[in-house]
Every structure is written in structure tokens, then in C-alpha cells.
Ligand binder design. Structure first.
Ligand SMILES: NC(=O)c1ccc[n+]([C@@H]2O[C@H](COP(=O)([O-])OP(=O)(O)OC[C@H]3O[C@@H](n4cnc5c(N)ncnc54)[C@H](O)[C@@H]3O)[C@@H](O)[C@H]2O)c1
Ligand SMILES: [Fe+2]
Length: 395
């Protein structure tokens, strides 16, 4: 029996309800903030989704500047441009509005503006505890959970590496969690971001850094996501499913922020960096195979996850519940039309050439060390080879 050794962090305020974005002015006032720079992406502007945040600010007479040059899987060069924009004005906070990419951009801007230098100076194992300005996060996907986490993920464009940056500087001051903002998310992104949050919850629960606080959040996140992911994918306007996914994603974010992610995320980031596969989709490509590889090292935990996600029966013994998790994740991928890397159109020769480098980058991120079964480089390469066609291994 080990004793608990945990350090728990969370935003100071989470405002959770349909329509909560309209309370943005109250949130700013609570913290005596009045000069925001809104960080978002071009689609949020062209689709006018960001107006949900801008209109209440304008109505309250708050002058707003917008930095909308963020890109999916934000890069160090975009962060530098964002910091230059930040320096041009007299801002007292950042509002990250959008999916994980704009929120992570706002967080990284705060960190880089506080300490200077290059983004790579802050990657783990460095601690990025300082932020120049507080961040208020408003997610529009369900989701990365970034609104609740002490992480930001930024691509080093010179090295094609998705860097994990961790510390209190990346933790939002407040988040507005409004599922109504997710009605317009297309099915592919609903599936990808939903599997991302399921992976956060599962990895938080099986991680070597799991603790009673993260466990409770991870289990209830898996239950909500397991219950609602298929409906949210099939019926974009289903309020109950959208709300369930949004709250599940935030809980999963709190869970892994206070535990960790593990091998799936470790292997997923290099796929994103080298092949520009959306983050949740590369997780989904890996999730069944990595879970199959890992179960033997934490069977009881995987079994409990399986039951809570609705993939095994309450009375199934551990071995069969854990087996049903692997099978259930394979079925879920089919239901959500998740392609293999091959079917996604990645060049097989390039995939094979990059496997060794990707395995090294996965190990260097530190995430695989938190997995219940810790792989060496050769095992990671074997897993990359295994997921290539998405076909289950013949054993
Ligand atoms: N910081 C963390 O803790 C953390 C955790 C997981 C993932 N991430 C990072 O988050 C990023 C991915 O974020 P994401 O999956 O939310 O995707 P994203 O922010 O890149 O958005 C994906 C696409 O969906 C669109 N979109 C977003 N909201 C929409 C809406 N309501 N309606 C219609 N379209 C919408 C965006 O415009 C974009 O085209 C990756 O860089 C990943 O590494 C960070
Ligand atoms: Fe993730």
C-alpha cells in the first residue's frame, strides 16, 4: 500500500452552463480585468462564432483587440507573432477562444512573454510556472480539456517536434465551459476531439501518477464520454450529448492535468508533428493497440475503466472486462470512421523511415514513462508498425 503524493491544481473559476459565454464581462470584472486580447483562429472569425464573446464585451464598452492568426497544432513562430502583438498593446489578460489550438496559443503567449527566449526553452522537463498575463479559456470543442490543464503543446518548426510545456504559467485563471458553442463542430472533429478526451481520462486513470483526486474525475469523465460520444457524433444538435461531452472533456482535462497522460499521447504527438494528423485522430489510431499492449500491467484498472465507459458489464471479472475494453475501442473506432495511418493517406515509406525518430521523440517527451507498461524504443517502433494498417495483431 503506497501513500498518496499529489499536487492538485485547477483554474480559480470554472463557469459551466449552456450560454455561459454571455457572462464573459462578469468574469473579467470578478478579477478586475478590462483590457483583453482575444486569441482565436480564422474560422472562429469567418463563421462569426467568436461574436458570442465579442458582442457582450462590446456591449459593456470594453475595447477588444483580436489575434486570429492561430493555426491547428500551434507553432513557435505563431506564438512569437502573438507575443509581438501582445507587446504592441496595453493588455491585462488573454482570452483563448476556440479549440485546443487557440487556447494553447494564448497560454504559450503568456509564458513566452513572461520569460523571453525561445519556446523550446520551456519544454518538459523545464517548469513553465510564470505567465505574463492571466488566461481566460473558452473552449469550442469537447475537447482537449486545455481550459483546465497546466499544459500547452507547441510545435518546434525547426525540429518538427510537438513539445509538451507544463507548469502553472499554462494554467488558465478561469474557464467558461459552454456546450452551446460546440453545436457547429462537424462530425469528424466531434469524433476526434471526443476520443482525445476519452484518452485523457483513460491515461489519467492508468498512469503511474494517478491519485484519488484524478481517479474520481477520470472515472466520471469516462462514464460521460462513453455515454454521449456516439450521439454527439451522429446528432450534432443533441443538447444532452453535447453537454455531456463538454463536461466530460473538462473533467478529463482536470484528471490528466493532476495525473498525466501516458503512452498514447507520447506516441501521438510525433504523428501530429510529422504527418499533420489532427491530435485526437492520431490518438484514436493508436488507442486500441496501445491499450492491448498495456492491459497486462494494470488489468484491474483497465477493467474498471471498461465498466465505467460502458464497454463491459458491471459483473464482468477483470480479465474479460479488460479484454472488452480493447475490443470496444476497436468497435468505437469503426463507429466513428477512424482511418488507419495507411487509409489516411500517409506515405508508407515515409512512415517507416520516421518510426525510429518518432519513437525517440515519444520517449523524450516523458509520457511513456507514466504508462503502466513502460516500453523501450523497439517496442514503440513495433507499435507504430502495428497500427499502420489498423488491423488487429494476429496473436
Ligand atoms: N493543453 C492541453 O492540455 C492539450 C490537451 C490536448 C490537446 N491539446 C492540443 O490541442 C490542439 C487540438 O485542439 P482541438 O482538437 O480542439 O482542435 P483545434 O483547436 O485545432 O480545432 C480543429 C478545427 O476545428 C474547428 N473548430 C473548433 N471549434 C469549432 C466549432 N465550435 N465549430 C466548428 N468548427 C470548430 C477549428 O476552427 C479548426 O479548424 C492540439 O494542438 C493538441 O496538441 C492540448
Ligand atoms: Fe490530448
Amino acid at each position: 500500500m503506497t501513500t498518496v503524493n499529489a499536487s492538485i491544481v485547477a483554474p480559480r473559476l470554472l463557469l459551466i452552463s449552456g450560454g455561459a459565454v454571455r457572462q464573459i464581462v462578469d468574469v473579467l470584472r470578478k478579477f478586475e480585468l478590462s483590457r483583453p486580447l482575444v486569441v482565436t483562429d480564422p474560422f472562429m472569425v469567418s463563421s462569426r462564432l467568436v461574436q458570442n464573446c465579442l458582442e457582450p464585451l462590446a456591449a459593456a464598452g470594453i475595447a477588444v483587440s483580436i489575434f486570429s492568426d492561430t493555426v491547428p497544432d500551434p507553432t513557435d513562430t505563431v506564438i512569437e507573432a502573438g507575443v509581438a502583438e501582445l507587446m504592441r498593446g496595453d493588455f491585462d489578460c488573454l482570452i483563448g477562444f476556440g479549440g485546443g489550438s487557440p487556447i494553447d496559443t494564448a497560454k504559450a503567449m503568456a509564458i513566452l512573454a513572461a520569460g523571453g527566449g525561445k519556446m523550446r526553452d520551456y519544454k518538459v522537463p523545464a517548469q513553465a510556472d510564470r505567465g505574463a498575463l492571466p488566461v481566460i479559456a473558452i473552449p469550442t470543442t469537447a475537447g482537449t480539456g486545455s481550459e483546465c490543464t497546466r499544459f500547452t503543446v507547441i510545435t518546434d518548426t525547426e525540429r518538427d517536434e510537438k513539445m509538451l510545456i507544463a507548469g502553472l504559467g499554462a494554467l488558465p485563471l478561469a474557464a467558461i465551459v459552454d456546450y452551446e458553442l460546440t453545436y457547429s463542430v462537424p462530425p469528424r472533429t466531434t469524433a476526434d476531439t471526443g476520443v482525445d478526451s476519452l484518452t485523457h481520462a483513460l491515461e489519467a486513470f492508468v498512469s503511474k501518477r494517478a491519485n484519488p483526486f484524478s481517479d474520481a474525475l477520470a472515472l466520471s469523465a469516462m462514464e460521460m464520454i462513453g455515454q454521449h460520444i456516439r450521439t454527439a457524433y451522429a446528432e450534432p444538435r443533441n443538447a444532452i450529448a453535447r453537454e455531456g461531452m463538454m463536461i466530460g472533456a473538462s473533467k478529463a482535462g482536470l484528471a490528466f492535468s493532476n495525473s498525466s497522460v501516458a503512452l498514447v499521447h507520447g506516441m501521438s504527438r510525433p504523428i501530429g508533428a510529422h504527418f499533420h494528423v489532427p491530435h485526437g485522430l492520431s490518438n484514436a489510431m493508436l488507442l486500441p493497440a496501445v491499450t492491448r499492449y498495456s492491459v497486462s500491467a494494470a488489468e484491474a484498472r483497465y477493467a474498471e475503466a471498461s465498466r465505467r465507459a460502458g464497454l463491459a458489464d458491471k459483473h464482468d471479472p477483470d480479465a474479460s472486462a479488460a479484454a472488452k475494453l480493447v475490443a470496444g475501442l476497436e468497435v468505437l473506432n469503426k463507429e466513428l470512421s477512424v482511418p488507419s495511418p495507411a487509409a489516411y493517406g500517409i506515405d508508407e515509406r515515409v512512415w517507416n523511415e520516421k518510426m525510429e525518430l518518432m519513437a525517440e521523440q515519444a520517449l523524450a517527451s516523458g509520457s511513456p514513462a507514466n504508462n503502466p507498461r513502460v516500453p523501450d524504443k523497439a517496442e514503440i517502433v513495433a507499435l507504430y508498425r502495428e497500427v499502420w494498417t489498423g488491423a488487429p495483431r494476429n496473436v
